[in-house]
Design a protein around this ligand. Structure first.
Ligand SMILES: NC(=O)C1=CN([C@@H]2O[C@H](COP(=O)(O)OP(=O)(O)OC[C@H]3O[C@@H](n4cnc5c(N)ncnc54)[C@H](O)[C@@H]3O)[C@@H](O)[C@H]2O)C=CC1
Ligand SMILES: O=C([O-])CC(=O)C(=O)O
Length: 313
């Protein structure tokens, strides 16, 4: 039997969606379908064609098309959802909940109709509550609906630590747990520079400042951009997750996963370390937490539950 080309659909052709489509194509992870609303049909097709015309120069054979018709997404292996509104300065991610929840429901119905076997990765904010919404609307198993926050939040933390120590970003590891909000929990105890605990290399006060900058990392970019939110690092994070699934890499990365008792929480999507591979979230990894770490995570869970309580029933 002939080997089938992989297909990745990206819903929402705005800043994050278009950048993700380009990065996924550049890595030749498969063919890409970029989808937006009918009113954006021309610009969506235009962006996709422009990307396609870059492939001879880049030397990659990914086909890229733009569309406002979900028929084009038929039989996708992975669908990335970036559709919805982004925050502007002065807003919190949680202010997006009601508008984006409606969009998630509409988008999910179309995605499921054409790709009932796919894996869905959700980026749209507030990401924990939106991933929960997509999970409920899709009727998929929990491992097939995955949210993005931890790769990005950890990448920000790693960037700031690498800058502080003048070391390669590659040699900094870390985990950020909890909801994708200002009370996320960067876990210092599980973060290392070349295997050396960060507490041996950076003062407690400086680490606290870096944790605080990480927590507010999204807001820092929103403030600088003035009219939208981050998209290069979010797109790189999504691309890493798509790759982990399509290549069955079994990466140990933080994702927004559905919890059924892990860490003591039930019926919630939350950022936790997971194994991401060919069957989506193959395992939630439970780290031992100290009392203050658990308290910080409880606080983050409270914030996620508050946002969830605003979801349309
Ligand atoms: N979880 C995370 O770490 C991150 C989440 N985000 C979130 O991702 C979302 C997208 O951000 P951007 O791409 O910067 O926004 P954007 O405004 O550039 O793009 C959003 C696109 O979604 C489209 N859209 C709206 N309704 C749609 C529908 N029903 N079907 C298909 N497309 C639809 C819009 O036409 C627009 O092109 C926002 O909610 C943002 O807050 C952004 C960065 C990181
Ligand atoms: O801050 C935002 O609104 C976008 C986002 O989630 C991030 O960049 O972390």
């Amino acid at each position: 039997m002939a080997i089938k080309r992989r297909k990745i659909s990206v819903i929402g052709a705005g800043f994050t969606g278009a950048t993700t489509a380009m990065m996924v194509a550049q890595k030749e992870l498969g063919d890409v379908v970029l989808v937006d609303i009918p009113q954006m049909d021309g610009p969506t097709k235009g962006k996709a064609l422009d990307m396609l015309e870059s492939t001879p120069v880049l030397g990659v054979d990914s086909r890229i098309i733009g569309s406002s018709d979900y028929e084009s997404t038929r039989d996708s292996d992975v669908v990335v959802i970036t559709a919805g509104i982004a925050r502007k300065p002065g807003m919190s991610r949680d202010d997006l909940v009601s508008t984006n929840a409606k969009i998630m429901k509409a988008v999910t119905r179309e995605v499921v109709k054409y790709s009932p076997e796919c894996y869905i990765i959700v980026l749209t904010n507030p990401a924990d509550a939106m991933t929960y919404t997509v999970y409920k609307e899709s009727g998929f198993e929990k491992n097939r609906v995955i949210g993005q926050s931890g790769v990005l939040d950890t990448a920000r933390f790693r960037t700031f630590i690498a800058e502080e120590l003048s070391l390669s970003v590659e040699d900094i590891t870390g985990f950020v747990l909890g909801g994708h909000g200002d009370d996320m929990v960067p876990l210092i105890r599980y973060s290392f520079a070349g295997g050396v605990p960060l507490t041996k290399l950076i003062s407690e006060q400086r680490l606290e400042e870096i944790v605080e900058r990480t927590r507010k990392g999204g807001g820092e970019i929103v403030g600088l951009l003035g009219n939208g939110s981050a998209y290069y690092a979010p797109a790189a994070s999504l691309t890493q997750m798509v790759e982990a699934i399509l290549k069955d890499k079994k990466r140990v990365i933080p994702t927004i996963a559905y919890l059924e008792g892990e860490y003591g929480y039930e019926d919630i999507y939350l950022g936790v370390p997971t194994i991401l591979g060919g069957d989506g979230i193959e395992k939630v990894i439970e780290l031992d937490l100290l009392e203050d770490e658990k308290e910080a995570l409880d606080k983050s869970v409270e914030s996620v539950r508050t946002v969830m309580s605003a979801l349309p029933k």
